[in-house]
Design a protein around this ligand. Sequence first.
Ligand code: HEM
Length: 232
Amino acid sequence: MKLLRRSEWALLAFILVYSSVPTVGGLIRVLELAGGPTIAPPNPRALADPLPITVHILTSFVFCLAGALQFLPSIKRQHPAVHRINGRVVAIAGCMSAATGLWMTHDYTFPAGLQGSLLYWVRIVLGSSMMVLIVWAVIAIRSRDRFRHTASILRAYAIGQGASTQTVMGIAWIVFAGSEATGPVRDAIMVSAWILNLAVAEILIRRLPKPGTRRTGSARQRSVIDRAKGTV
Ligand code: HEM
């Protein structure tokens, strides 16, 4: 029996590559804070108060990478214990990532060019929402509500993965404008990345099987049936 279908390998590879954009940069920062070489652009806030950023980077790394496994149907179906145990790790890591994100948002002293009031408030709202959504997803699966569970965790994951979309959009801005975005433009890029991710999550949630609709057969059989019905 194959562990994953080809489309699942492709999805996993896409999420891992996409997540690696901020997570690898973050690990370089953690090495620097542990006394290693200075490779990343300077972050005086991290040097002044390394605890929250170190916990943030490590837990965000686990949330993004281990979280990717949770979306693979083959793992859910064939290895439910792996899904359950990994899910607990992902839930704890996600809550710690969001909590430390909130901690830094509130306690770090940012120059105005790096965090205006728009970004401050959006970080506060979305960081808190990410924690609530993860807790909600756990409560939902304990009451066997798979739809709410998947919808909540997809929204939380979209908020977490905002970091990847923000990095990609920030790099695209440098390519087009020739310099790094700062001030209101930077705030707008950061917020737009989150809006984009949440819009994608809502599209995916609309495609989830609705509660009460029972789907039987393998994914391959269902896809053949769907095609025959003209529903895909
Ligand atoms: C779960 C996915 C996330 C990843 C992969 C991630 C990644 C990172 C990384 C790598 C850094 C360090 C930047 C540096 O070295 O200068 C960082 C910092 C930070 N993150 Fe996140 N993050 C995530 C989620 C969040 C969320 C949801 C919030 C919102 C509350 C947030 C708020 C922050 C803040 C305020 C900083 C400090 C930025 C600075 O000092 O310039 N992060 N994040």
